[in-house]
Design a binder for this molecule. Sequence first.
Ligand code: GLY
Length: 359
Amino acid sequence: MDDVTRISVTGDRPYDVLVGRGLFDTLPTLVEGAARAAVLYAAPLKQHAGQVADVLAAAGLRPLPIEVPDAEAGKSVEVAARCWDELGAAGFTRTDVVIGVGGGAVTDLAGFVAASWLRGVRWVPVSSSLLGMVDAAVGGKTGVNIAAGKNLVGAFHPPAGVLCDLDLLATLPADDLLAGLAEVVKCGFIADPVILDLVEGDPAASADPAAPVLRELVERAIRVKTEVVSADLRESGPREFLNYGHTLGHAIEKNERFRWRHGHAVSVGLVYAAELGRISGSLDAATAARHSAVLQLLGLPTTYRADAWDELLPAMRIDKKARADTLRFVVLDGLAKPGILSISDEGMLAQAYLAVAAA
Ligand code: GLY
């Protein structure tokens, strides 16, 4: 095992996020007292899930591998129900555990199965994607999608620990790595500007899974998230700041019928949120311009269809932060100073869109 960085989430249900390489051997200590371990994975991670199962078996547990559909297709009530049936058939008890090996969709599903089985058993996400490591796997949000929308059914169920094994990033397509970097950049703007300095200093290394700079970016972004969720697990305050760039981002994802990667949509949303901050007078022009500059250095998109505004505005109105006819955006009152801006003035919303409208 390489050197391991431990980043702690504090609060009522504390746990550690482990970052490093070759971390699977740490799993048995996270699930002490369990007799059985369900290992949920999608086909591309079959080999790694097998390694996880072997480590657990060597520690005396009975692994139960369960293959689930990849990506969002696996995040359904039907797939969760199949997993519950398998846990039932295997006689899973309250001391048994669920492990999710994969990207954010598989770990969200695994967490939801764990949250709902016997009203909550322990679980551990073994995250294989950058987005999963810096966002989905940390913070205890679990859930599935239903016809009415993404993540509408779920629970806050903090894990027993989180494994961010950087070796798994080698399995990730380059575009998915890039999408994860949008969330990393977001963390730079809302809390840790060193992230922005690192990306600006070496954008190529920032997107290289083997480079030490990517590890530092991952650890810094995780620290941003762990600090926020330690203070506000249930999103009643500062956790909303993690949604910087997400109001327009989610609207773009919906408008694209989820064919755009989440991180790519958030990238455009970050530029939009920066512009809202600028025109509302809270953010200086240089910091606003830094958003598109950093994201473009990485090759992330910063514009979207100019003619899409009439579809995006209604989509933004169903954002979870909205209240009645007022949209609420996370904006910056300066670098690393996030706040909430309530806007009902459609003119201002449309004016900010000009900053991202493709020529
Ligand atoms: N992805 C935002 C959050 O975990 O709150």
